[in-house]
Write a protein that binds this ligand. Structure first.
Ligand code: UN1
Length: 513
């Protein structure tokens, strides 16, 4: 028996409002090229885009490096001014860019706008930061000496981003990189090049308003395949590569960057859990689960994938959750009322079905997961969100499948729940629903969640930009966005100044002739 869900077949065919494209894209950007871009909403073509080969990538890195030589000398607060202008462009174009995000990656229009808001937020953060790239003054052990620590621009930052947050992830990296004095070479997902080109348009407008001290080459967008990505990852003129995507991708990128002693910031897979204890507010939990497991069609790195529920509340929670799932509206994500749009493509749909088959074989009971709207849009992949009730944390539960599948498990005591939550290779986000202070604090303690993000009475997704974003273990260990993540985008210099007339050596060493 399927789980209700309201499948919205009505409404107009998707069709692109031509302004969505022309407002934000230069016609030359979407001239005939080999890469055909399609909307996951109905499979319709959105345009064709030229591709960069490795030589073109090298040329872009060269331009960015030239830009670096000038940009590093522009005072940081002045660099912040460029990001302030970018934030203004984003504010003025929030609707248009949000719609384009939805067109190209299929998330609900509310989430499309939300993604642009996240960009605006990080721009605001970065503007303030541009006056707070603080170093330290350190007490020297020698008389007449001063030690200090200064943060300097690093060089060209390579950004590799995924289809699911096609613009926000770029902005977290770019806003920080640029105020830190670094140009950006950005390789977006091949599934979402148009939103990247639209961001470049907005960035260019900001640069024009900024004036002469913004060199060309502060932002280069690379649209290309694997070879283009490798050219970016391997280039020694790129001291930092910030890559968001699958753990598989990270396993290839990290050793290549390390082999040339470059640095990387990795944001890889997540397999995020929620623990629901007997002291939880179940109304709150149901709402949080719905957004975190179904939102963005389960295609966030922070999506809720595992629900670990105390045996005493499981039989109360699950029926309520299923009733809430039945209310989910599935359909064209451009229409405001629809909460669940399509998966990104056929490959994503097939991976979901394989995971659900595995769940059944591994003893699970699956509700939902069927394809819908296939007759109306044979080239688009809409699904009912699935709940897989498992008897244990089997192999399929420990893997990240980028689709709306929620695996449920039960537990008896909190240590067991925390152990289950930590017993996966990924370590991005986690949460507990409880009104019991002791349970919450145990979950947040050193012996609690092993993830980069741990929330109380909030789902695992939808983080604010003010905190550092990222996770442990196979998630890759990188941190982006708020807090002191900016330090990864700069090089630290320790300087000792001697203003005395003598030359005392550290550690009291004597070396006189
Ligand atoms: C991602 O899915 O790659 O916390 C990023 C969140 C968003 C970012 C998700 N702010 O869900």
């Amino acid at each position: 028996p399927g789980m209700g869900c309201q499948v919205r077949n009505g409404g107009r065919d998707m069709t692109i409002d031509s302004r969505d494209i022309t407002d934000l894209l230069d016609p030359a950007d979407i001239a005939d090229g080999p890469l055909a871009v399609r909307s996951p909403i109905d499979g319709a073509p959105l345009g064709r885009v030229p591709l960069d080969d490795s030589a073109a990538v090298a040329a872009r890195i060269g331009r960015a490096h030239e830009a670096f030589l000038h940009w590093r000398t522009v005072p940081a607060p002045r660099r912040g001014e460029l990001i302030r202008l970018l934030g203004e462009e984003l504010r003025a174009n929030k609707q248009a860019l949000g719609r384009l995000v939805t067109l190209e990656c299929g998330k609900s229009i509310q989430e499309g706008y939300g993604e642009v808001q996240e960009m605006i937020d990080i721009c605001d953060f970065a503007v303030g930061l541009s006056r707070q790239l603080y170093g330290l003054t350190i007490a020297s052990e020698r008389p007449g000496h001063r030690m200090m620590e200064t943060w300097h621009p690093l060089g060209v930052v390579g950004v590799i981003s995924a289809f699911n947050f096609p613009v926000a992830v770029w902005s977290w990296n770019a806003a920080l990189a640029l105020v830190c004095g670094n140009p950006v070479v950005w390789k977006p997902s091949e599934k979402t090049p148009l939103t990247a080109l639209a961001c470049r348009t907005l960035f260019r407008r900001a640069v024009e308003r900024f004036g002469a001290d913004a060199p060309e080459g502060l932002l280069e967008v690379v649209i290309g395949d694997r070879a283009a990505g490798e050219a970016l990852v391997d280039d020694p003129r790129v001291p930092l590569v910030s890559a968001t995507g699958s753990t598989r991708m990270g396993r290839e990128v990290a050793p290549r960057v390390a082999a040339r002693f470059g640095r990387s910031i990795l944001e890889l897979g997540g397999n995020n859990a929620m623990i629901v204890t007997p002291a939880a507010d179940l109304d709150l939990a149901v709402r949080a689960i719905l957004f975190a497991a179904v939102g963005t069609a389960g295609q966030r790195c922070t999506t809720l994938r595992r629900l670990i529920v105390h045996v005493d509340v499981y039989d109360r929670l699950l029926p309520r959750l299923k009733a809430a799932y039945a209310q989910v509206t599935i359909g064209n994500p451009l229409e405001e009322g629809n909460l669940l749009g399509p998966l990104i493509d056929r490959g994503a749909y097939e991976a979901m079905q394989r995971a659900l088959d595995a769940a059944r074989v591994q003893g699970g009971t699956v509700t939902g997961g069927e394809r819908v709207l296939a007759e109306r849009w044979p080239d688009a992949y809409y699904v009912r969100p699935a709940i897989a009730e498992m008897r244990g944390q089997t192999a399929c539960v420990r893997e990240e499948t980028f689709a709306p599948i929620l695996y449920t498990l039960t537990y008896r005591d909190l240590d067991e729940a925390v152990a289950l939550q930590n017993a996966v290779p990924q370590g991005l986000s986690s949460c507990i629903f409880t009104n019991d202070l002791r349970e919450a604090e145990r979950f947040l303690s050193a012996a609690g969640s092993d993830c980069g993000i741990a929330n109380v009475n909030i789902g695992p997704s939808g983080a604010e930009i003010g905190g550092a974003f990222g996770g442990e273990k196979e998630t890759g260990g990188g941190r982006e966005s708020g807090s002191d993540s900016w330090k990864a985008y700069m090089r630290r210099q320790t300087a000792t100044v001697n203003y005395s007339g003598s030359l005392p050596l550290a550690q009291g060493i004597r070396f006189d002739v």
